[in-house]
Design a protein around this ligand. Structure first.
Ligand code: ATP
Length: 265
């Protein structure tokens, strides 16, 4: 197995606050999907931001280590770190689609984003962008390239943002509630597209969701967070069938039809 990420007793504090992450440890191999679940304020977003080296203002590392592809991220120079971020490790947020620049066409910003990472002609970048948009299930990607974000639905914008995030074929995609702002049908579609990325590109993913059913549907391993700690981490099947922590049992009990139809997630 090819180790992708090791998180070793990672702690983060916010100024004048309680610890947001306390001694969080887990590891993942290339191409694995991890679902992180837990209630609001449990530290899920902080974990993703810490992994990407993008803690919000006031947040600071308070111990532990993050090993990405065999190297501590804390040992990297700013330059090395910059070349990993957005390229080898990328992130999408719940409302990533809304960060598209409203006064520029999808195509011009997509092409520019590609060309900040690799030296390519505009034409070559255009072809890559169109291919990624169609991989995310967007019809008429050529037409979309000449449209402005305001002309797209929320689901189309979010899929565009995900396409942009994975264009450089990152080994690790960090996704913070990537589907929760979407209607149910679009959620299912985006989840399918994310899982097919693993098949086509071997993308490893850490997906934060408040919905343990989504995690159960997608993830190989589930981590459960509570008050900044990872209280349980294990294979999805064992978390579902024999949760060890009372809090995990509570989360599972709150999902009435986990075993049945996942169309409604
Ligand atoms: N920028 C910040 N400054 C100070 N405290 C923060 C900041 N961001 C988060 N926190 C605190 O850190 C803790 C963890 O928050 P975090 O957003 O990581 O949780 P979460 O599980 O992602 O919640 P949600 O599901 O609501 O997004 C909370 O107590 C929160 O109030």
């Amino acid at each position: 197995m090819n180790a992708l990420l090791g998180v070793d007793r990672l702690s983060v504090v916010y100024k004048s606050g309680l610890p947001a992450l306390q001694n969080v440890s887990f590891a993942m191999n290339a191409g694995e999907i991890i679902g992180i679940v837990g209630e609001s304020g449990s530290g899920k977003s902080t974990l993703l931001r810490a992994l990407l080296g993008m803690l919000p203002d006031g947040g600071q590392y308070a111990g532990g280590d993050i090993i990405f592809q065999g190297k501590s991220i804390f040992s990297l120079s700013q330059k090395e770190w910059g070349s990993i971020r957005g390229k080898r490790m990328a992130m999408v947020f719940q409302d990533s689609g809304s960060y598209l620049n409203p006064i520029r066409t999808v195509g011009s910003q997509y092409i520019e984003a590609i060309r900040t990472h690799v030296e390519l002609s505009k034409k070559a970048a255009y072809a890559i962008a169109v291919d990624m948009l169609s991989q995310m299930g967007l019809d008429e990607p050529d037409r979309m390239m000449s449209m402005y974000p305001g002309q797209l639905s929320g689901g189309m914008k979010q899929r565009t943002a995900i396409a942009m995030a994975v264009t450089m074929e990152p080994e690790l995609l960090l996704a913070d509630e990537p589907t929760s702002a979407l209607d149910v049908t679009t959620q299912v579609e985006v989840i399918k597209r994310l899982t097919s990325l693993r098949a086509s590109q071997g993308t490893g993913m850490i997906i934060v969701t408040h919905n343990i059913a989504v995690a159960a549907h997608m993830a190989d391993y589930i981590g459960v967070m509570k008050n900044g700690s990872l209280v349980e981490f294990g294979q999805t099947s064992s978390i579902i069938t024999s949760p060890r922590h009372a809090y995990t049992r509570e989360l599972l009990a709150a999902v009435p039809e986990l075993e049945g139809n996942t169309d409604g997630i």
